[in-house]
Design a protein around this ligand. Sequence first.
Ligand SMILES: Nc1ncnc2c1ncn2[C@@H]1O[C@H](COP(=O)(O)OP(=O)(O)OP(=O)(O)O)[C@@H](O)[C@H]1O
Ligand SMILES: [Mg+2]
Length: 244
Amino acid sequence: MNNKKMSNTNMKNNIITLKNISKIFETEELETHALSDINLTINQGDYVSISGPSGCGKSTLLSIMGLLDMPSSGEYFIEGAKVSELSLDDAAEMRNSKIGFIFQSFNLIDELSVFDNVALPLRYHHSKPTPQTIKDRVTECLTMVGLSHRCSHKPNQLSGGQQQRVAIARALVAKPAILLVDEPTGNLDSKSGDQVMDVLSELNKNGTTICMVTHDPRYADMASTQVQLLDGMILQVPQAQIAV
Ligand SMILES: Nc1ncnc2c1ncn2[C@@H]1O[C@H](COP(=O)(O)OP(=O)(O)OP(=O)(O)O)[C@@H](O)[C@H]1O
Ligand SMILES: [Mg+2]
């Protein structure tokens, strides 16, 4: 009823909320405060970049967002669900259905064709899609990254940039709520890197929510929200993105 009074931010679907997230790694002789008191909100359709010097906590933050690691303290919500209250099985299910990962090293399986690499998340999907559904969706995703003509190739028959685009198609195939991307161009020459970034920008224009770690200021500039990390703390983030 009061829709007109709601701000744009409130009307958008919230994908990720981090509240006072900290992460301490403890080894026998050392305690590393990798993240300290991180507050961040990512809404549907956002394109967030995370930048900062080596060791400042970027990958740790992405691992926590992607349910690959747990925070030492703080609260974390994915689409409103409190992650710490999920069972291990539910957390794994959440990771498989809501998160798409893209890493610096493409992490493709060399023995499988491009098609089968992209199809893999669907073959283990809880919705148990039919072979035809899998075929249609894999073809759709390979078309989105401009590689439908390479579906029978093996990853090692492709250039680095093409392999990263296959990894993007694989990350997209199960329609995740968010793509988490860690240094996608780190292993690529600048031309291939630019092509990969163009694909990510295009996906975001079409509605995909992206959170991307990058060292490169040119690529960080492509994001609509730029987060700077230093020593595990957020240096600057636009007011609208801070969780309340
Ligand atoms: N499993 C771990 N055990 C102990 N310390 C860790 C672990 N993982 C990360 N760290 C430490 O936490 C800090 C943050 O590491 P992280 O990998 O998040 O940095 P980063 O910003 O991604 O760096 P880079 O740009 O080099 O990839 C570093 O000091 C690192 O040594
Ligand atoms: Mg890293």
